[in-house]
Design a binder for this molecule. Sequence first.
Ligand code: HEC
Length: 183
Amino acid sequence: MRFLRDALLTLLLLLVAVLVVGYALVGNLFSAATAPGRLESAVAVRVRNLSIPSEARQARNPFAGQKDAWREGADHFGDHCAVCHNNDGRGGGEIGPHLYPRVPDMTRPRTQDLTDGEIFYIISNGVRWTGMPAWKDDHTPEETWRLVSFIRHLPSLTPDEMEQIEKASGEHHGEDSHAHHGK
Ligand code: HEC
């Protein structure tokens, strides 16, 4: 009896091993071409959020009360973040939709339900095993808080504001032809 049980268990383990290797080979386990499944994303984001220390989670944005703090943040965002997150933070950037995991639409609850402190922490430290870089060596805390203000403003960004941002980022990068100097 015991022999039979051990034999069955061994077979079962072998089957699992074959399935895992088979999935890796056939199922492109290391390909970034498809988006992660819902369960995988939910677990990964939850674990990421749990890893944020509680002091960091509770940190306050010194610009929270300032209506226009997001404007400088928008400029910065256009320079460093839009390539992945797009100017509107919705994730249609040049690179973001092709990363594994994909960049999120930051107007949605997944991002907006984070505390200001959590957003600050993520921008400063990046997210390991994803394309999200750590920015704390490049940005002062003030600059990062303004980015937080901008991310908070994203859901209510108007088309007019969007246009201003795109114009400013075009001028920055010299993409604008500056053909209408005289105007
Ligand atoms: C090279 C691509 C890349 C760049 C550049 C980048 N990000 Fe990200 N970012 C990502 C990816 C990928 C994620 C998703 C990480 C995850 O799934 O946990 C992310 C996640 C985030 C999040 C968490 C949102 C959420 O709901 O998970 C914030 C906030 C964020 N980025 C802000 C920024 C800011 C601000 C900048 C510029 C200073 C920036 N990112 C630049 C790729 C990028």
